[in-house]
Design a protein around this ligand. Sequence first.
Ligand code: XMP
Length: 310
Amino acid sequence: MNQEQFINQKIEEIKAIVGSEKAVSALSGGVDSSVCTVLAHRAIKDRLRVIFIDDGLMRENEPQEVSQIFSELGIKVEIIDAKDEFFAALRGKVDPEEKRKAFRDVFYKVFGRQVINSGARYLVQGTIAADVIETKGGVKTQHNILEQIGIDPEKGYGFKVVEPLITLFKHEVRRVAESLGLPERIFQRMPFPGPGLATRVIGEVTPQRVALIRQVTQIVEEETSSLNPFQAFAVLLNDKGTGIEKGMRKFGNIIIIRSVESKDAMTAEPSQVPWEILLRMAKRITVEIPQVVRVAYELTPKPPATIEYI
Ligand code: XMP
């Protein structure tokens, strides 16, 4: 099946499933949810409400940029501020799986509320094949896998989930995105996990620690953009390292930079980032963010490591 056939088939499927009901699309701005949103919009037009939940775990300016891109496509996006709710759920949690589950629970609570308030019966979301394989295989609890782990969204939350991309891998979704006429900023966008910067903060996820990793992330994305990696990001460790400031000893944060090359995120290799770029990133991070005293570059492929740290 070619791209066009896939697109037409999915539009027809969404029309058939949703019927004359309403649906809500959970847009994050990543390629998966963007493709889903455009497919659903083509299928049911104004009966689709597109929601972007601002969970406080996004990158710099992300909510505004995404809503701008979609408004240029003629699709209105509502930004729902749920930052406090997410941070409250994450407070005190340090275990990676506990953090993922806390995120998932708030995610569905907030969306559930929106779906019900809109009188909608369906939630359209961009789950892809790798999400299902890894959650089923016990690698980790992706935020968007419900039925696969035994949660029935209809009983628990009062709506049904529609997942048009469940058979595709990331590179295939990108091709569909391009055929749909989405801008390059979307179809070439690096994967960004649903739980956002919470996956890049080891230990407790607080607004302050997220603000720090957001600043570092921006530097890493700027400095690596010319290399076009599959994914490049930064992780804040949950320990301090010793540094020096004005001749005095000080303890500061430790950052790991991770950049990987991959086709479908199932396996990955560390990117061979030129030394000058690595040094420039380390310098910029420690100068622009003085709470950071150490920067390291991650060399582990997947497997044995996963791409994200939690
Ligand atoms: P891992 O860390 O398992 O990641 O090697 C594989 C790919 O999936 C992304 N990822 C997620 N995406 N929700 C998502 O939507 C999640 O909970 C999640 N966890 C990881 C990760 O960024 C990589 O591209």
